[in-house]
Design a protein around this ligand. Structure first.
Ligand SMILES: [Fe+2]
Length: 350
């Protein structure tokens, strides 16, 4: 096995380069370092390289800027706060550029995050996802900036929630949950005082936990009073959280997360925005191991826009001497009767 993507540490340092052979001792070291997983590839098949929604370097730089902005506020360091805000703002422009140049881009991977840095990676992922939906919804450049800023800072208020509640591993008591729910207010109040953010971004921070049916918090707004930015961020926030490992559960696959999200159309989420989101999310990203209806399993190696149920799959055989078998479910008419049943889990019986 070789590493399919560069692996970066929490300070953006390169830990391992793509192509590195993953030996047992290296894998053990990665586990000890808190790494939840890596993308693996095949030495001889570099064409199966996995691309993220934005480049890894841009993502890492933005994570660093968000981290230093949050830390600057926590430590009351005005110079760090204002410097990292302007860095963040420039990087957001770059993210918008990258995403808007490829309108057919799909969300073809789930990022693996080093757990300690979940908060910052989550902010950047939600921003990238939101901008992608914003582009597909036809928002203009300044709208995308306001949306992106709201998304990057949607959970800023968590720095004002007591650490013992924030980091608690077990379920929260009712009182603790009430405290946790205040983060959207705390964040928007802080940003309002700073006077550097567009009003739309501040409203998005305040309303990212409102629900379509009016039962969300903090205001319990009906959907007619909610903004487009807040509604987009609500969907992307949920999707990214569900597809991430958390201390209390493993990550859901994109197809499982989408099932939950679609089940909440009209309750938690705006059905019209959900429709746009759905067209952008690849259900079985490159690298997913899937179960097929003919009893075989395989790794997804390519997805086709607008046909996410029928990707190209490399069949995995238990016998290393078997010749390579590629199923092009979209283009090969002889495979019309083969469908994907779901994500393969190691204890599934085939
Ligand atoms: Fe939140």
């Amino acid at each position: 096995m070789v590493l399919a993507k560069n692996l970066y540490g929490s300070r953006s340092e390169l830990l391992l380069a793509a192509g590195t052979e993953l030996t047992e001792s290296l894998i053990n070291k990665l586990i000890l370092a808190g790494c939840e997983g890596v993308y693996i590839g095949d030495e001889d098949k570099p064409e199966y390289e996995i691309k993220g929604i934005i480049s890894t370097r841009l993502k890492e730089n933005t994570v660093n800027a968000v981290r230093s902005f949050f830390k600057g506020i926590e430590r009351g360091n005005a110079i760090v706060t204002s410097y990292s805000f302007s860095t963040m703002s420039h990087l957001l422009d770059d993210i918008i550029d990258e995403i808007s140049t490829d309108k057919n881009a799909m969300i073809n991977m789930v990022d693996l995050k080093v757990f300690d840095d979940y908060t910052y990676y989550h902010c950047v992922s939600v921003a990238a996802l939101s901008i992608m939906v914003g582009v597909a919804a036809g928002m203009n450049r300044s709208g995308l900036y306001k949306l992106g800023m709201g998304a990057l800072l949607h959970d800023l208020g968590k720095i004002f929630v007591p650490k013992e509640i924030l980091n608690k591993e077990g379920p929260l008591s009712l009182e603790e949950y009430e405290q946790m729910k205040k983060h959207s207010q705390y964040g928007s109040e802080y940003l309002k005082k700073q006077n550097t953010l567009p009003l739309e971004s501040i409203i998005a921070v305040l309303t990212h936990h409102e629900r379509y049916d009016g039962t969300g918090y903090p205001l319990g707004l009906p959907h007619t009073k909610q903004t487009l930015e807040g509604k987009i961020i609500a969907i992307c926030d949920n999707y990214d959280a569900m597809t991430s490992d958390r201390p209390y559960r493993k990550a859901f696959s994109p197809s499982e997360a989408m099932e939950h999200i679609m089940g909440n159309a009209g309750a938690m989420f705006d059905p019209k925005i959900l429709e746009i989101f759905l067209k952008k999310i690849v259900l079985y990203p490159v690298g997913s191991i899937v179960r097929l209806s003919n009893g075989k399993r395989g790794m997804v190696i390519e997805n086709y826009p607008y046909s996410f149920m029928r990707p190209k799959v490399r069949i995995i055989s238990d016998n290393p001497n078997d010749p390579e078998e590629i199923y092009d479910l979209y283009n090969d008419p002889s495979l019309l009767n083969v469908t994907i049943l779901g994500i393969y889990k190691p204890n599934d019986t085939m």
